[in-house]
Design a protein around this ligand. Structure first.
Ligand SMILES: Nc1nc2c(ncn2[C@@H]2O[C@H](COP(=O)(O)OP(=O)(O)OP(=O)(O)O)[C@@H](O)[C@H]2O)c(=O)[nH]1
Ligand SMILES: [Mg+2]
Length: 346
């Protein structure tokens, strides 16, 4: 698969940073953002600035409103003009405002508008030390993603896997480009052709790529590359559709199956340069998402409890009751005779 097969729609800053790397590698990339500064910083070749927008400030709803308020037909036209390939991957961070808010809606709409195209997603989850808002945004975006039918494949990248975001971006882009190039690796001992790769990339569900240099290639290292790489850890449910393995050393496929389950089909080839393995059609990484959701719930409850307590304490501390003398007793009206009587002896 090559640059005529796959293009990218990068949304928000994170999407733009990853999209820019694909652009530099010769792929067709459209970058959408609410921030004109972000678009200028990355010098996107095909930028689309959402009209009148100044940014979403981590608010997914602002982003959703901006897309739906009359902007949609213009965005659609722009995408229609620029992205002609049969595969389009939407790249975004689930944790911000712009990309997180707009992307699930856009993906759903692209699938509906272009039923003959394969629309996929490359989504970045926040690291554990990012803000509560970032975690909550990510949960909402991933929840929306799970309600989309017909997505061809999703690559979920996990920022908690490495400190260096630039390195994460480069690793993913190199993994993906290596994967797309597998049909070009010709070898008499077996090839992976375009049809094999397309079938694997349209399995629906999630994908994980493991990649090792020729010198590093071994079964053990591939198992740790698949579990310890930049991707969100696979759900431990043994649900998997395809394994694509192009190897420059003998890799024990059985060990991969023991860990990830029995796939419907495997596609294998010999690779003189490196070892690349794609697991595709995996189920959503529910355990990792539940972890984020639970953190958001408990942090939210704690915040609410503290706020309620603060209100009670504040009212309490302003309660400055002072001793006010009792109201004057009621005095009965008396006649002068009554008063004289009190003084005059009988
Ligand atoms: N891996 C990776 N993560 C990034 C990158 N840039 C930002 N992020 C992550 O993305 C999240 C923030 O999303 P952004 O893409 O900056 O947000 P946005 O879509 O532009 O939305 P707003 O700026 O809030 O309107 C945070 O979790 C960051 O850690 C990047 O280049 N690579
Ligand atoms: Mg931004």
């Amino acid at each position: 698969m090559n640059r005529n097969d796959v293009s990218f729609l990068a949304i928000g800053q994170c999407g733009g940073n990853i999209g820019k790397l694909f652009e530099s590698a010769g792929f067709n990339v459209v970058c959408i953002n609410t921030s004109i500064e972000d678009l200028e910083t990355i010098k996107a070749k095909q930028p689309y600035h959402i009209t009148g927008a100044e940014g979403s400030a981590k608010d997914r709803n602002i982003s959703k409103r901006l897309i739906t308020n009359g902007e949609w037909s213009k965005i659609n036209q722009f995408i229609d003009d620029k992205l002609k390939t049969p595969f389009v991957y939407v790249i975004f961070s689930a944790a911000g405002g712009t990309g997180s808010g707009a992307s699930p809606m856009l993906i759903d709409n692209l699938i509906g508008t272009y039923p003959d195209k394969n629309i996929g997603a490359i989504v970045v989850l926040p690291s554990q030390n990012e803000s509560l808002q970032a975690q909550a945004n990510a949960v909402e975006a991933m929840r929306e993603m799970q309600n989309i039918d017909g997505i061809c494949s999703v690559f979920a990248i996990d920022n908690s896997k490495a400190e260096d975001k630039k390195l994460i971006n480069e690793t993913f882009v190199n993994d993906f480009i290596s994967l797309l190039g597998l049909p070009d690796v010709k070898n008499i001992d077996g090839v992976i052709d375009n049809a094999d790769l397309k079938r694997s990339l349209t399995a629906g569900g999630y994908g994980i790529i493991g990649r090792l240099t020729k010198e590093q290639s071994s079964t053990e290292r591939m198992l740790s590359a698949l579990s310890g790489g930049i991707y969100v850890p696979a759900e431990k449910d043994e649900l998997i559709e395809y394994v694509v393995l192009s190897a420059s050393a003998s890799i024990d496929l059985q060990k991969i199956k023991e860990q990830y389950g029995e796939p419907l089909a495997t596609f294998q080839s010999v690779n003189p340069d490196e070892t690349v393995c794609l697991l595709s059609g995996l189920s959503a990484p529910q355990a990792r998402l539940n972890g984020i959701a639970n953190y958001v719930k408990s942090a939210n409850e704690k915040r609410q409890m503290l706020r309620a307590k603060k209100k009670v304490d504040a009212l309490e501390s302003l309660n400055v009751a002072i001793d006010v003398p009792e109201q004057k007793r009621e005095i009965k009206k008396r006649t002068a005779e009554d008063i004289w009587a009190k003084y005059l002896r009988k």
